[in-house]
Write a protein that binds this ligand. Sequence first.
Ligand SMILES: [Zn+2]
Length: 251
Amino acid sequence: MKLLVRGAAVAALVILAAAWAVWPAAGVPILVYHKVGDTAEAYSVPPVDFERQMRYLADEGYTAVTLAALVDHMTAGKPLPPKPVVITLDDGYADNYTAALPILKKYGLRATVFVVTDFLDERPYLTWDEVKALRAAGIEIGSHTLHHRDLTTLPPDERARDLQLSKEGLEWRLDAPVQFLAYPFGSYDAATEAALKKAGYRAAVGTAVGLNRPGDDVYALKRINIPRSRWGLGEFRLRLLRANMYARLGI
Ligand SMILES: [Zn+2]
């Protein structure tokens, strides 16, 4: 019985691998990281693993594009390079600058960092100078709100203020438009989406798993969470595969 179960599992894996190889991707994956460091938290990916994953993307012919390019594609049909991927990092940890940036640069990969503006200039978060340096290095900067509070629980006027002030604060300091937001805790509803549009955001990312296609709601972009890996690179590949399967099944 045990052997039979194992056989079935292996067969399923072979079928999945074959499907992965044969079918083109059903949309664009957006990866989400948090810390790139050696601390023991589940959301902290060691730099050695991060590098392995970035090298895998580069070796497999992925091109890391900005969220702006993805949203232009989804809303206006602008073409994307073959095998596009968007790499995002949430919360604005200092290691995004010290550990992730050198690796991204090494493999020629772009990324988007979502910062919580009131957390900046206090460790373990980025300083404003580091945020500016990230932007100067071609990293797209987005808002992750003022205080990382759940937007769906805030009174409407406070929510509007948060969305506006975090955007304006970044734009003023960076002297560049800030068009994208990552929902704290991945939490949003219709009223939050409406408030985002009103505040002038072009799109937003959540935490629902899947890929992104033209016609999808750009204020509810799906992502693939990449936590600290327990089983190496295979786990990273399986996470990409799972999102592809969800997209195909319309989940
Ligand atoms: Zn967050």
